[in-house]
Design a protein around this ligand. Structure first.
Ligand SMILES: CC(C)(COP(=O)(O)OP(=O)(O)OC[C@H]1O[C@@H](n2cnc3c(N)ncnc32)[C@H](O)[C@@H]1OP(=O)(O)O)[C@@H](O)C(=O)NCCC(=O)NCCS
Length: 218
Protein backbone atom coordinates (compact mmCIF):
# COMPACT_ATOMS: atom_id res chain seq x y z
CA UNK A 1 0.00 0.00 0.00
CA UNK A 2 1.30 3.46 -0.70
CA UNK A 3 0.48 7.00 0.24
CA UNK A 4 0.97 10.39 -1.33
CA UNK A 5 2.15 13.26 0.85
CA UNK A 6 0.46 16.59 0.19
CA UNK A 7 0.10 19.93 1.93
CA UNK A 8 -3.22 20.28 3.76
CA UNK A 9 -5.88 22.83 3.01
CA UNK A 10 -8.11 24.53 5.59
CA UNK A 11 -10.82 22.00 4.73
CA UNK A 12 -8.60 19.17 6.02
CA UNK A 13 -8.57 20.44 9.62
CA UNK A 14 -11.69 18.56 10.82
CA UNK A 15 -10.18 15.29 9.58
CA UNK A 16 -6.79 16.25 11.04
CA UNK A 17 -8.43 16.68 14.43
CA UNK A 18 -10.37 13.43 14.07
CA UNK A 19 -7.05 11.70 13.41
CA UNK A 20 -5.56 13.19 16.58
CA UNK A 21 -8.52 11.98 18.61
CA UNK A 22 -8.47 8.49 17.15
CA UNK A 23 -4.70 7.99 17.10
CA UNK A 24 -4.12 9.13 20.69
CA UNK A 25 -7.35 7.71 22.13
CA UNK A 26 -7.48 8.43 25.85
CA UNK A 27 -3.91 7.48 26.70
CA UNK A 28 -2.32 10.91 26.73
CA UNK A 29 -3.03 13.41 29.55
CA UNK A 30 -1.93 16.29 27.33
CA UNK A 31 -4.59 15.43 24.76
CA UNK A 32 -7.24 14.80 27.42
CA UNK A 33 -6.72 18.15 29.13
CA UNK A 34 -5.98 20.37 26.15
CA UNK A 35 -8.80 18.95 23.98
CA UNK A 36 -11.68 18.17 26.36
CA UNK A 37 -14.25 15.62 25.16
CA UNK A 38 -12.24 15.25 21.95
CA UNK A 39 -14.06 12.06 20.96
CA UNK A 40 -17.54 13.63 21.26
CA UNK A 41 -19.33 15.73 18.61
CA UNK A 42 -18.89 19.10 20.32
CA UNK A 43 -15.29 18.28 21.26
CA UNK A 44 -14.57 17.36 17.65
CA UNK A 45 -16.12 20.59 16.36
CA UNK A 46 -14.13 22.63 18.88
CA UNK A 47 -10.94 20.76 18.02
CA UNK A 48 -11.41 21.30 14.30
CA UNK A 49 -11.99 25.01 14.90
CA UNK A 50 -8.87 25.26 17.06
CA UNK A 51 -6.72 23.41 14.52
CA UNK A 52 -7.92 25.87 11.88
CA UNK A 53 -7.21 28.89 14.11
CA UNK A 54 -3.73 27.58 14.93
CA UNK A 55 -3.04 26.91 11.27
CA UNK A 56 -4.10 30.41 10.25
CA UNK A 57 -2.23 32.01 13.14
CA UNK A 58 1.13 30.36 12.59
CA UNK A 59 2.92 31.14 9.33
CA UNK A 60 5.94 29.06 10.42
CA UNK A 61 3.87 25.85 10.54
CA UNK A 62 2.95 23.54 7.66
CA UNK A 63 0.25 20.89 7.88
CA UNK A 64 0.78 17.90 5.63
CA UNK A 65 -1.29 14.80 5.02
CA UNK A 66 -0.83 11.24 3.86
CA UNK A 67 -3.46 10.36 1.27
CA UNK A 68 -4.26 6.74 0.51
CA UNK A 69 -3.48 6.22 -3.17
CA UNK A 70 -6.41 3.91 -3.83
CA UNK A 71 -9.21 5.50 -1.83
CA UNK A 72 -8.11 9.14 -1.72
CA UNK A 73 -8.74 9.11 2.01
CA UNK A 74 -6.63 11.25 4.34
CA UNK A 75 -5.11 8.64 6.65
CA UNK A 76 -2.39 10.65 8.36
CA UNK A 77 -1.53 14.18 9.41
CA UNK A 78 1.64 15.90 10.52
CA UNK A 79 2.42 19.47 11.45
CA UNK A 80 5.95 20.71 10.98
CA UNK A 81 7.38 24.00 12.21
CA UNK A 82 10.06 25.36 9.90
CA UNK A 83 11.24 28.65 11.39
CA UNK A 84 14.23 29.32 9.07
CA UNK A 85 16.11 31.48 11.54
CA UNK A 86 13.13 33.06 13.30
CA UNK A 87 12.56 32.17 16.97
CA UNK A 88 8.84 31.30 16.90
CA UNK A 89 6.51 33.37 19.07
CA UNK A 90 5.16 31.56 22.13
CA UNK A 91 1.41 31.08 21.93
CA UNK A 92 -0.68 30.62 25.05
CA UNK A 93 -3.58 28.25 25.22
CA UNK A 94 -6.73 30.33 24.93
CA UNK A 95 -10.40 29.93 24.24
CA UNK A 96 -13.39 28.79 26.21
CA UNK A 97 -13.53 25.05 25.75
CA UNK A 98 -13.41 23.83 29.35
CA UNK A 99 -16.22 23.12 31.80
CA UNK A 100 -14.46 24.62 34.81
CA UNK A 101 -11.86 27.30 35.43
CA UNK A 102 -9.61 24.70 37.08
CA UNK A 103 -9.69 22.49 33.98
CA UNK A 104 -8.85 25.47 31.81
CA UNK A 105 -5.98 26.48 34.08
CA UNK A 106 -4.52 22.98 34.20
CA UNK A 107 -4.82 22.65 30.42
CA UNK A 108 -2.88 25.90 29.97
CA UNK A 109 -0.30 24.68 32.48
CA UNK A 110 0.29 21.26 30.92
CA UNK A 111 0.43 22.89 27.48
CA UNK A 112 3.10 25.39 28.55
CA UNK A 113 5.12 22.77 30.44
CA UNK A 114 4.97 20.33 27.54
CA UNK A 115 6.57 23.00 25.38
CA UNK A 116 9.49 23.83 27.71
CA UNK A 117 12.18 21.78 25.89
CA UNK A 118 10.98 22.91 22.47
CA UNK A 119 10.83 26.59 23.35
CA UNK A 120 14.32 26.40 24.84
CA UNK A 121 15.58 24.63 21.71
CA UNK A 122 14.09 27.27 19.43
CA UNK A 123 16.04 29.88 21.37
CA UNK A 124 19.25 27.84 21.54
CA UNK A 125 19.16 27.20 17.79
CA UNK A 126 18.14 30.78 17.02
CA UNK A 127 15.27 29.29 15.01
CA UNK A 128 17.64 27.32 12.80
CA UNK A 129 15.96 23.98 13.43
CA UNK A 130 12.91 22.05 12.21
CA UNK A 131 10.30 20.72 14.68
CA UNK A 132 7.75 17.96 14.30
CA UNK A 133 4.83 19.37 16.27
CA UNK A 134 2.39 16.53 15.78
CA UNK A 135 1.97 13.31 13.82
CA UNK A 136 -1.06 11.04 13.85
CA UNK A 137 -2.02 8.12 11.67
CA UNK A 138 -5.48 6.54 11.51
CA UNK A 139 -5.20 3.40 13.68
CA UNK A 140 -6.56 1.36 10.74
CA UNK A 141 -3.58 2.42 8.64
CA UNK A 142 -0.71 2.35 11.14
CA UNK A 143 2.46 0.32 10.50
CA UNK A 144 2.08 0.68 6.74
CA UNK A 145 4.61 3.42 6.13
CA UNK A 146 2.45 6.56 6.25
CA UNK A 147 4.16 7.85 9.40
CA UNK A 148 7.62 7.36 7.94
CA UNK A 149 6.59 9.20 4.76
CA UNK A 150 5.29 12.18 6.76
CA UNK A 151 8.46 12.10 8.85
CA UNK A 152 10.76 12.05 5.84
CA UNK A 153 8.96 15.05 4.35
CA UNK A 154 10.26 17.12 7.27
CA UNK A 155 13.68 15.53 7.67
CA UNK A 156 14.31 16.13 3.96
CA UNK A 157 13.67 19.82 4.59
CA UNK A 158 15.99 19.74 7.61
CA UNK A 159 18.68 18.21 5.38
CA UNK A 160 18.14 20.80 2.65
CA UNK A 161 18.43 23.59 5.22
CA UNK A 162 21.36 21.86 6.95
CA UNK A 163 19.69 22.00 10.39
CA UNK A 164 18.80 19.63 13.24
CA UNK A 165 15.26 18.35 13.75
CA UNK A 166 13.48 17.99 17.10
CA UNK A 167 10.47 16.06 18.35
CA UNK A 168 8.57 15.17 21.53
CA UNK A 169 8.20 11.42 20.97
CA UNK A 170 5.61 9.06 22.37
CA UNK A 171 6.54 5.45 23.05
CA UNK A 172 4.80 4.64 19.75
CA UNK A 173 6.80 7.10 17.69
CA UNK A 174 10.21 6.65 19.34
CA UNK A 175 11.39 3.63 17.35
CA UNK A 176 10.34 5.15 14.06
CA UNK A 177 12.13 8.41 14.83
CA UNK A 178 15.27 6.58 15.97
CA UNK A 179 15.34 4.68 12.69
CA UNK A 180 15.33 8.04 10.87
CA UNK A 181 18.25 9.45 12.85
CA UNK A 182 16.65 11.01 15.93
CA UNK A 183 18.44 10.39 19.23
CA UNK A 184 16.84 10.36 22.68
CA UNK A 185 18.21 13.16 24.87
CA UNK A 186 16.08 12.56 27.96
CA UNK A 187 12.57 11.77 29.15
CA UNK A 188 10.58 14.88 30.02
CA UNK A 189 7.61 14.86 32.39
CA UNK A 190 5.46 17.93 32.91
CA UNK A 191 5.64 19.00 36.58
CA UNK A 192 2.52 19.04 38.76
CA UNK A 193 3.17 21.53 41.55
CA UNK A 194 1.06 22.79 44.42
CA UNK A 195 -2.66 22.39 44.01
CA UNK A 196 -2.20 19.99 41.11
CA UNK A 197 0.04 17.54 42.98
CA UNK A 198 -1.00 14.03 42.05
CA UNK A 199 -2.73 15.04 38.82
CA UNK A 200 -1.80 13.14 35.69
CA UNK A 201 1.27 14.54 33.95
CA UNK A 202 2.47 14.06 30.37
CA UNK A 203 5.79 12.42 29.57
CA UNK A 204 7.64 12.20 26.29
CA UNK A 205 11.05 11.38 24.88
CA UNK A 206 12.88 14.53 23.85
CA UNK A 207 14.68 13.58 20.66
CA UNK A 208 17.07 15.44 18.36
CA UNK A 209 18.10 14.44 14.87
CA UNK A 210 21.52 15.95 14.16
CA UNK A 211 21.75 17.54 10.75
CA UNK A 212 22.24 14.91 8.11
CA UNK A 213 20.49 12.33 10.26
CA UNK A 214 23.46 10.46 11.61
CA UNK A 215 21.51 8.98 14.51
CA UNK A 216 21.54 5.64 16.23
CA UNK A 217 18.96 2.84 16.15
CA UNK A 218 18.23 2.77 19.89
C1 LIG B 1 3.61 6.81 15.79
C2 LIG B 1 2.85 6.79 14.47
C3 LIG B 1 2.72 8.23 13.98
C4 LIG B 1 3.64 5.98 13.48
O1 LIG B 1 2.97 5.99 12.24
P1 LIG B 1 2.93 4.68 11.29
O2 LIG B 1 2.31 5.07 10.01
O3 LIG B 1 2.30 3.59 12.06
O4 LIG B 1 4.48 4.44 11.10
P2 LIG B 1 5.19 3.58 9.96
O5 LIG B 1 4.30 2.52 9.46
O6 LIG B 1 5.73 4.52 8.96
O7 LIG B 1 6.38 2.97 10.81
C5 LIG B 1 6.08 2.43 12.11
C6 LIG B 1 6.65 1.08 12.25
O8 LIG B 1 6.00 0.20 11.36
C7 LIG B 1 6.99 -0.49 10.60
N1 LIG B 1 6.38 -0.76 9.33
C8 LIG B 1 6.26 0.05 8.28
N2 LIG B 1 5.62 -0.55 7.28
C9 LIG B 1 5.32 -1.79 7.73
C10 LIG B 1 4.65 -2.91 7.17
N3 LIG B 1 4.18 -2.87 5.90
N4 LIG B 1 4.47 -4.00 7.93
C11 LIG B 1 4.94 -4.03 9.20
N5 LIG B 1 5.58 -3.01 9.77
C12 LIG B 1 5.78 -1.91 9.04
C13 LIG B 1 8.14 0.45 10.55
O9 LIG B 1 9.37 -0.18 10.31
C14 LIG B 1 8.10 1.01 11.92
O10 LIG B 1 8.68 0.08 12.82
P3 LIG B 1 9.39 0.48 14.17
O11 LIG B 1 8.31 0.59 15.19
O12 LIG B 1 10.32 -0.63 14.45
O13 LIG B 1 10.10 1.80 13.92
C15 LIG B 1 1.45 6.18 14.62
O14 LIG B 1 1.59 4.91 15.19
C16 LIG B 1 0.49 6.98 15.49
O15 LIG B 1 -0.25 7.82 15.01
N6 LIG B 1 0.48 6.68 16.82
C17 LIG B 1 -0.40 7.33 17.78
C18 LIG B 1 -0.08 8.81 17.93
C19 LIG B 1 1.38 9.03 18.25
O16 LIG B 1 1.91 8.46 19.20
N7 LIG B 1 2.01 9.89 17.45
C20 LIG B 1 3.42 10.22 17.58
C21 LIG B 1 3.53 11.49 18.30
S1 LIG B 1 5.24 11.90 18.55
Amino acid sequence: MSFTIQECTDEDMPRAFELLSEAFGHEHPFVEYVFPAHDRPQGRRDGAERFLQWRKGDPLATNIKAVHNETGEMVGHAKWIIPKGVVPPEFELGGDYWETEDQKEYAAWIYSQYLVPRRQAFKDYGGNVVALDLMTIDPKYQRQGAGRALLKWGTDIADELGVDAIVEATDYGKGLYASEGFQVQYKWTTPTPGKWAGREAQSFWWMIRPKGGKGDES
